[in-house]
Design a protein around this ligand. Structure first.
Ligand code: PMP
Length: 306
């Protein structure tokens, strides 16, 4: 990953990819206090365009606000940085990684002289899952790890350190032959995947957990808009794992995972054992939306071209 051509935006400058380095005493590397985003740019008829850039940047600033981290750039600058890394790396589609982290100016939990550094990297990452997975769905398991409790960490912050929990859950799922984990909250109700929100469909109604300990997903919000347009009701409520077992359809949403059907959970086949019709309709609309093939919400796409 580190050894490739291209540029990374680093504290206001475009730096050659191989030179975008930081010291081993980088504070965030030691204690995990940093914030980041995962953003995608898609090919559209106006060239590569970033999907819901404003919302991602807003969430980055909210994450920093929660953690009391002062980002030394304004939103406009970081939005421009994201447009320019896609442009300067000549990408027609991209995954973008803005991140803000504390530098190596001090060590220890009490360090009070830390500088906040910001990067934006972009690279081609066509799909998180195979085309078959998008159609047939994936196999998931309930994690033995609980999703963070709201008073243990700040669940609304997309914070670097929060992802230890996600990685433990994901690795356990992969080790047991599944493709993703489903984490329950500390009371045993369904929360989310390692990096995705979850939806289930039962008798034509869509259900999704309340956000309580989940990240407020931007893809989740997009699904709310699309479902509303198609006349579906979405109920945000507590969901148990056995409701997922007997759902007609289930799917994950996330910037990386996009709209991903779930075909099996804890060895139970869900619905027909492949992508269900409502999932298919929402997934198709999502892909049309992100690639600028729908007329609704044109403000969600920001072309990277000047
Ligand atoms: N939950 C978690 C824990 C995540 O990391 C992500 C990915 N950012 C999501 C949900 C989905 O969020 P989004 O749709 O904004 O990518």
């Amino acid at each position: 990953m580190a050894d490739r051509d291209g540029v990374i935006w680093f504290d206001g400058e475009m730096v050659p990819w191989r030179e975008a380095k930081t010291h081993v005493l980088t504070h965030t590397l030691h204690y995990g206090l940093g914030v980041f985003e995962g953003v995608r740019a898609y090919p559209t008829d106006k060239g590569a365009s970033i999907f819901r850039l404003k919302e991602h940047t807003d969430r980055l600033f909210q994450s920093a606000h929660i953690l009391r981290m002062a980002i030394p750039f304004d939103k406009e600058t970081l939005n421009e940085a994201q447009r320019s890394v896609v442009r300067e790396n000549n990408l027609d589609q991209a995954y973008l990684r803005p991140m803000c982290f504390y530098g190596s100016e001090g060590m220890g939990l009490r360090a009070d002289n830390l500088k906040v550094h910001c990067i934006v990297a972009a690279w081609e990452w066509p799909s998180y899952m195979t085309p078959e997975a998008k159609e047939l769905g994936i196999k998931i398991r309930t994690s033995s790890y609980t999703r963070h409790h709201v008073n243990i960490t700040m669940c609304k912050a997309k914070a670097n350190g929060n992802y230890i929990n996600s990685m433990l859950a994901l690795r356990e799922a992969l080790d047991s032959g599944c493709e993703e984990a489903l984490l329950l909250d500390n009371e045993g109700y369904v929360a989310e995947g390692s990096g995705e929100n979850i939806f289930i469909v039962k008798n034509g109604i869509i259900h999704t957990p309340e956000l309580t300990s989940c990240l407020s997903g931007i893809t989740r919000d997009t699904i709310f808009h699309l479902a509303d347009e198609f006349g579906y009701t979405i109920r945000e409520r507590r969901i148990t794992r056995d409701e997922v077992y007997v759902a007609d359809e289930a799917f994950f949403t996330g910037t990386a995972a996009e709209v991903l059907p779930i075909r099996e959970h804890d060895g139970r086949v869900i619905g027909s054992g492949r992508r269900g019709p409502i999932t298919e309709q929402l997934q198709a609309a999502y892909f049309a939306q992100v690639t600028g093939k729908r007329s609704q919400n044109p403000e969600w796409l920001t072309p990277v071209a000047d």
